[in-house]
Write a protein that binds this ligand. Sequence first.
Ligand code: AMP
Length: 538
Amino acid sequence: MQRRELLISSIIVHAARHHGDGEVVSRREDGRIVRTTYAAIERRARRLVGVLRALGVKPGDRVATLAMNSDRHLELYYAISGMGAACNTVNPRLSPDDIAYIAAHAEDGLFFVDPCFLPLIAAIAPNLSDFLRAVVVLAERGEMKPCALPPGVALHCYETLLAEASDEPEWPSFDENTASALCYTSGTTGRPKGVLYSHRSTLLHAMTLNFADTLGLRATDRVVAVVPMFHVNAWGLPYMAPMVGAALLMPGRHLDAVNLLGLMNAERANLSVGVPTVFLGLIDHLRRTGEKFETLKRILVGGAAFPRALIAEYGKFGVSVSHGWGMTESSPVVTLYAPKPATAQLDAEALLDLQAKQGRVLYGVDVRAENESGAEVPWDGKTQGNLVFRGHWVASAYFRQPGSQVGEEGWFPTGDVGVIDEQGFVQLTDRTKDLIKSGGEWISSIALENIAVGHPQVAEAAAVATPDEKWGERPLLIVVPRTGCAPEPEDVRKFFEGKTPNWSIPDRVIVAEELPHGATGKILKSKLRELYTGPQKP
Ligand code: AMP
């Protein structure tokens, strides 16, 4: 057999040749919609390789992006990785201090930024002057604004650089194990940690997600990429979609329900991928306005638990939900819901229970639940264990962090706790540090939140442990009302009766206007504990 390297550039080359008119639609900062094709993206990305070289980028370097989802960000994904450098996607929602830490740790010499992030880069640039050479603004010449950068750091306009460059003849070839992208964890405890993906791991992840039994994208699909390209490569969408020619619809920074629904309906999207908070906002909007999804048929949700009640509600709007699990360290997808022959026997309620789990393991990776001595616990849907995973797209160590190497067998400790059922479906109970231990029994905060969101007046919920003299810890529930509702705490408590053992029903329910969310859209349990239960758990 021929041996060809599994390179990211091969995806966009294929897309340009076989799906040249495949669409990429982006909403710019000012709300304008712009359209381009995979053929144009490939041509411009190849040109961009020349721009990167002219700016002094060499294979093996890291180049940073601080940008929302757009055609230009897609060009950068392909140009930076395609020339043999690593695209360090920086999450703009992190604190400026963490962003400066990441840029210094990665030694990013160049930053490609959306215009809205110029103040952010100007604020941190003085701390990066040892290695930062230039900031390139993802804009036309006429959209350029002044930006105070330290001496020696140049400010460039992306479109001007591209217009002045000449076409590179072809994509270079190199070892498929070369680093392609660098993503940092969101660092809710301690500093963010870097995970370096390779061309090979990225391609294998994208191919597996394109299996019919996983996400199974097709050339006729039109996908709204809500999941941000600044974190975990937007779950592989920027690779999966061009690989099959599916249209990519990029909302930019317009992630509010009105704009998202507008984009979905106007662009005839049939699929969308994102975190629960966004889909929670969308459904709330539909309830209030009576508007509809005109063409949307499927969503892929992960990054935090997606409540069972919402899976049911999306079903009523004609949209099926694939719930998945993974993390920065696993590129990220490891499990995803898809039916099995045994699923056909289930009634509607039991099927919803199954869909609310985090799905089953994709080919190419594997998951175990382990007890404290590291032995695998049975697949009985009851015995809880620490979840570990390994596979082609799981990190073997953190970037530039000596001693972080996983053991010889490659099992990576996820910090998540869960159970696996007889059919291999994984169900997360909690992050280890978020588990609630009451009178020697574990209470799953995810299970409590799932029930709470089923209450007709509750939009969002979070359960945390609160110290208790008698029981060690007791669950406290904080709920955010649906628009126009005012749930009574005691009524929410009563709603739990018969749905969970009495001893696990939250002692107290607090109604709050909102819940704090972190840089990747997850509810910040540490912040809630600080606010409502005193000092944080170590
Ligand atoms: P990140 O590295 O930012 O992608 O976060 C990964 C973590 O998010 C995981 O370790 C889980 O704790 C959590 N997570 C991801 N997907 C899910 C899910 N479907 N349900 C519950 N938690 C999830």
